[in-house]
Design a protein around this ligand. Structure first.
Ligand code: X8Z
Ligand code: ZN
Length: 620
């Protein structure tokens, strides 16, 4: 009885996703439905034109491609305004039919297109200048100042990951921030001004509220703060332990006992994930710390092969195989013809049947194997909701989109899976190896949380007028200090401008999505693990942190059910379909890391490790 009831409710849901049943509508609603259905193809083709021009620019940065992209975007913005005007003739806020009302509510959001032609053009030009600067930065080598062709991907990142020379790290860090930040200060100012203007024209108090509106919950900012507060004690233990170990490595001169950690020593130029220094700070240095980089190289694995492995995982759980056009049109390696392009990995939906692509300057490493799965998660979401009306072809919220591939990456990174695919050999599991493995994951997943929060907290402060322009640089470092306990390796002042040295700040990408993703991906992962029978709470044979749901259609089908809703329902409804929960919660993450939390607390206590940090004096 229960089963068939559930089946019926799913059918109704699917019906209402595509189109509200006509018979339930009044006359005005019938007309409104007709119009939005008629405009559907037009909206798809406007998006398509936009993305085609944007792709051409992002994959080959030239003045001509930049100009063409900006022209197409200005033109399509104008057409979008026309189209929305047609929709606005209906009093859609009064519609009785919830689904139709939702379609209208989402379709009539104009975003930047609300600006007049001149402002819109001005905004686009400033945005593409920032993105171009970021993509083109080159710096000189530490020990050979005449070799000045080092780019972020791969050269600068490789130095930050591999070098253990604090002077080289400090030099490289500073060169990057000097070149990727300060030169775009004027563009950033104009961007903030126009973003604010657009938000106010759409009746938002500021651009911060417009970004937060994507989460469709007035209390969302508070929910985020609560989750962060809930996880703070865990972060502090991790931070304290890492600082203590880094002191042993680099000494008092480079790392103080009670101060913030200098960012350049963390294996990532933004200090956002610390997994690359796992071997330096491993809890049990004599036990294995899983790193399959050498094995991947030895086996001759290529970027193409990495994407094939990801595709295979999705198929193994009964999800959708990558279409032929994906393989034909994607850019999976950095082109060797010397052209400039945006290397920051991205996944693209062209809003036409099966035209989905990835652009990634893939390197053959374990970290990049996770990024490959991350990007393929976006693609899978695109494919799962492409049957829906244009306006619903989007994530339940931006964090959902970021979480899909990471859920698979969590599974792929387990020793169990890496052994299965022949990348990990002679691994002897025991409690110490398990702590090492959990620690490695925490360096990426837990260290990231305050980082992600501050990327948007910073921009909210600017957009809300809480940070004056003369405080924009030290205001940035103040937040990085306050929430992450990190500081720059050299003194910074208001003469520098460091925030745009992070891609998403130069490229106008909202960042709260990643915070949300890093929380909910553990809720999704737990659901997939339970459904596949790979996790049984309380059963030491099947712990959450070594769950591999590869090959489980039960996990995949439930996942698909959520993804195929796209944005047709508020996110709690979508989440419930997969997890049974309607709230974002750090509980699944805490459950995953529980053995590590206990170990860290005891270890820090035993070694009298200082917890917390004194204020940084590195900016002013
Ligand atoms: O930007 C990304 C993806 C593309 S959506 C590669 N990520 C964030 C970052 O690199 O800062 C993935 C996690 C965080
Ligand atoms: Zn992403």
């Amino acid at each position: 009885m229960k089963l068939s009831l559930c089946f019926v409710c799913i059918c109704i849901m699917q019906l209402t996703n595509g189109a509200p049943a006509e018979s339930s509508l009044n006359d005005e609603e019938k007309e409104a439905l007709q119009l939005i259905n008629d405009l559907n193809e037009e909206m798809n083709s406007l998006s398509n034109r936009n993305y085609v021009a944007e792709w051409a620019f992002a994959s080959n940065i030239t003045d001509e491609n930049e100009k063409h992209k900006n022209e197409v975007q200005a033109e399509t913005a104008k057409q979008t305004r026309e189209l929305v005007k047609k929709l606005q003739k209906f009093n859609w806020r009064e519609f009785k039919n919830e689904d139709l009302k939702r379609q209208y509510k989402l379709s009539t959001k104009l975003g930047y297109a609300i600006l007049d032609d001149d402002d819109f053009k001005d905004l686009l030009e400033n945005l593409s200048k920032m993105e171009t600067n970021y993509a083109k930065v080159k710096i000189c080598a530490h020990l050979n100042r005449t070799k000045c062709d080092l780019s972020l991907e791969p050269h600068i990142q490789t130095i930050i990951v591999r070098s253990r020379d604090p002077e080289e790290l400090k030099y490289t860090w500073t060169q990057w921030y000097d070149a990727a930040g300060k030169p775009v200060r004027k563009n950033f100012e104009k961007y903030i001004e126009l973003k604010t203007k657009a938000a106010k024209l759409s009746n938002y108090t500021s651009g911060a509220e417009e970004w937060l509106d994507e989460y469709e919950d007035e209390t969302f900012e508070k929910q985020v703060e609560d989750v962060l507060t809930d996880l703070k004690p865990f972060y502090e233990q991790l931070h304290g332990y890492v600082r203590w170990r880094l002191r042993q490595k680099y000494g008092d001169l480079h790392v103080s006992e009670k101060g913030p950690i200098p960012i350049h020593l963390l294996g990532n130029i933004w200090g956002q994930t610390w997994g690359e220094i796992a071997n330096l700070v491993a809890p049990f240095p004599n036990k294995p710390m899983v790193n399959v980089n050498a094995e991947m190289k030895a086996q001759g694995i290529t970027p193409l092969k990495m994407f094939q492995m990801g595709d295979e995982f999705f198929q193994s759980i009964n999800m959708t195989k990558l279409p032929k056009s994906f393989w034909e049109n994607s850019i999976l390696e950095k082109p060797k013809d010397g052209r400039e392009l945006v290397c920051h990995a991205s996944a693209w939906d062209f809003y036409s049947q099966d035209d989905v692509r990835i652009k990634q300057c893939t390197e053959v490493t374990q970290e990049q194997l996770s990024v490959v799965h991350h990007e393929l998660g976006h693609i899978q979401y695109f494919l799962q909701y492409q049957h829906l009306p244009h306006v619903y072809r989007s994530g339940a919220n931006p964090g959902f989109h970021e979480a899909v591939g990471d859920v698979l990456a969590l599974s792929v990174s387990t020793p169990k899976h890496l052994e299965k695919i022949g990348l990990l050999k002679d691994y002897k599991p025991d409690e110490e190896a398990r702590i090492n493995q959990l620690f490695l994951t925490a360096l990426d997943k837990v260290a990231f949380l305050p980082f992600a929060y501050t990327m948007d907290k910073y921009r909210w402060q600017i957009l809300r007028g809480e940070l004056k322009p003369e405080e924009w640089n030290c205001g940035f470092w103040k937040l990085r200090d306050q929430y992450s306990g990190l500081e720059p390796p050299v003194k910074r002042t208001e003469d520098d401008f460091d925030a745009p040295a992070k891609y998403h700040i130069s490229a106008d990408v909202e960042y709260l999505r990643y915070f949300v993703s890093f929380i909910i991906q553990f809720q999704f992962y737990k659901a997939a693990c339970v459904k596949s029978g790979q996790y049984e709470p309380g059963n030491p044979e099947l712990p959450l942190d070594n769950c591999d749901f590869y090959g489980s259609p039960e996990a995949g089908n439930a996942f698909k059910e959520m993804l195929s809703l796209g944005a047709s329902k508020p996110w709690p409804d979508a989440m419930e379909v997969f997890t049974g929960e309607r709230k974002m919660s750090g509980a699944a993450l805490r459950e995953y890391f529980e053995p590590l939390m206990n170990w860290l607390k005891a270890e820090n206590e035993k070694n009298k490790v200082h917890i917390g940090w004194e204020k940084s004096d590195k900016c002013g």
